[in-house]
Design a protein around this ligand. Structure first.
Ligand code: NAD
Length: 497
């Protein structure tokens, strides 16, 4: 397989990953680097600078200066709005280039970059959306509770310096869902992209600077969790850590935040169920669920319906549709526009997925299709064929744990109460799907599900709709006003008149 994109990386000057501190691109002071191996071929396609404690300190101090002394938090609303909107415009204008960089980074195929949730458009829309709050989201005035003649009011003030730590799987959306509201609220940021998806984030940061974001307002430190992420989450100059990634890293962040009571928001993993009732279009449900666990990210998506709870009356139809999708998805070179699904991000992730397939078989689930490492010309990449497990018991590990690969586990049920109980019987609570033609049932079941987002007969991510989870799927929400407000502190001002 040929990765022609490498030349493009040279052209845009990103061949050597760099840090962005106070408006200047530079290498890590100690000169450490990370060789980025492409998930489709295993070859090294670029070098990422690894920021250590000193580099991280420089970046946090730059963000602090820009917050305390710089023009950003006190800038005229109209001017800040124009700059945040311009960020969105420039991302949109460079969509093709960014999609290519993403394919180079994480192996997500170009085709997925045209699906709204995986596109640069959704990132651009998030900047546009949040620019709109700048002159609208404010505090309140409150009537005196104890009578008398005094006034109480609340003010919304930017929270300060934000550390934004990103995963590798959906860099456009997740970059924008953090950086757009943080900038709109008047915060300054230090971004740490995933070591597996750095180049497209470097380019987005470059575009933000071009859009007029002042020096020091957006900084970037690249490198892996250790040492870079670790130095950032323990830095006393950070006021808020906004994190998307695994539950294990989320736990470390919560521990680190206890040192200085740093504000934290977390978007973590999931084991989102699709609940399919007997009156549903079971074919559509099977195609939707299997599409979410195969197309584009190859199941490496936090909200994917990886667990399907299906009424026995439509069970076979659902499994048949899922099997059909599994058999028709094309995977291979992410730069081939015909390819619909990508490789797993690392060899370790591939081994983990194959391990779950083994566990499912050993536990007695029926492997309908897939679950094998792909050999032949794709053998050097981390490819696994999409797997459908039927006759799954909700207590099996393949129904309980986040696999983060193309594996769908289908569990049968007999009535609504049983389905709801199984859907909620998980430590996660990110998303869910309800498939039915009965509107009352759709709303009743949506209310009963203990999770942050429910899709009825389909699921879509939108930049203005809150996104986040219950239970161990996270803390706080991205998207919409809730996200903007999460980058502010609320101050009360009381005054006798
Ligand atoms: P990860 O936790 O391994 O890494 C996420 C980020 O944290 C990376 O930038 C990584 O370098 C950094 N990191 C790792 N160790 C760290 C440490 N000790 N200190 C500070 N930073 C550290 O997760 P991943 O593999 O990149 O992403 C997959 C996970 O993300 C899955 O669990 C998935 O469900 C979750 N995810 C959630 C959402 C959501 O919105 N809820 C969206 C996408 C992905």
């Amino acid at each position: 397989m040929t990765l022609t994109i490498k030349h493009h990386l040279d052209e845009v000057g990103l061949a050597d990953g760099r840090l962005f501190v106070s408006g200047t691109w530079r290498q890590a002071k100690a000169g450490a680097t990370w060789a980025h191996r492409h998930p489709a071929t295993g070859e090294t396609v670029g070098t990422v600078a690894v920021a250590d404690t000193e580099d991280v300190d420089d970046a946090v101090r730059a963000a602090r200066r820009a917050f305390d002394d710089g023009p950003w938090p006190s800038m005229r609303a109209g001017e800040r709005m124009r700059i945040v909107r311009r960020c969105g415009d420039l991302l949109r204008e460079h969509a093709d280039e960014l999609r290519s960089l993403q394919a180079l980074d994480n192996g997500v195929p170009l085709s997925f970059g045209t699906v709204y949730a995986g596109s640069v458009d959704i990132a651009a829309d998030a900047f546009e959306h949040h620019a709109g709050w700048i002159d609208k989201a404010g505090g309140q005035t409150l009537p005196p509770f104890q009578g008398g003649d005094h006034m109480a009011m609340t003010l919304r003030e930017p929270i300060g310096v934000v550390a934004a730590i990103l995963p590798w799987n959906a860099p456009f959306l997740l970059f924008a869902q953090k950086i757009a509201p943080a900038l709109a609220a008047g915060c300054t940021v230090v971004i740490k992209p995933s070591e597996h998806a750095t180049f497209c984030v470097l380019r987005m940061v470059e575009l933000l600077a071009e859009a007029g974001v002042p020096d020091g307002v957006v900084n970037l430190v690249s490198g892996p969790g250790e040492p870079t992420g670790d130095a950032l989450i323990h830095h006393p100059g950070v006021d808020k850590i906004s994190f998307t990634g695994s539950r294990a890293t989320g736990q470390r962040i919560v521990s680190a935040s206890a040192e200085g009571f740093t504000r934290v928001s977390l978007e973590l993993g999931g084991k989102s169920p699709a609940v399919v009732f007997p009156d549903a279009d079971a074919g559509l449900a099977g195609m939707t669920a299997m599409g979410m666990v195969t197309l584009g990210l190859s199941g490496q998506a936090c909200v994917a319906h990886t667990r399907a709870l299906v009424h026995r009356d439509v069970y076979d139809e659902f499994v048949g549709a899922a099997e059909m999708i599994a058999g028709s998805v094309t995977y291979g070179d992410p730069f081939d526009p015909e390819v619909l699904s990508g490789p797993l991000v690392t060899e370790a992730q591939l081994e983990k997925v194959l391990g779950y397939v083994e566990q499912g078989c050993a536990a007695g689930a029926r492997l309908v299709t897939g679950g094998e490492r792909v050999d032949g010309e794709l053998a050097a990449g981390n490819y696994v064929t999409p797997a459908v497990f039927a006759d799954v018991d909700n207590r099996m590990s393949i129904a309980r744990e986040e696999i983060f690969g193309p594996v769908l586990s289908v569990v049968p049920f007999d009535d609504e109460d049983e389905a709801v109980a199984m859907a909620n019987d998980t430590e996660y609570g990110l998303g869910a799907g309800v498939f039915t033609r009965d509107a009352q049932r759709a709303l009743r079941v949506s209310k009963r599900l203990r999770c942050g987002m429910v899709g009825v007969n389909g699921f879509q991510v939108e930049p203005h709709v809150p996104f986040g989870g219950y239970k161990q799927s996270g803390l706080g929400r991205e998207g919409g006003l809730a996200a903007f407000e999460s980058y502010t502190e609320l101050k009360s001002v009381l005054m006798p008149l």
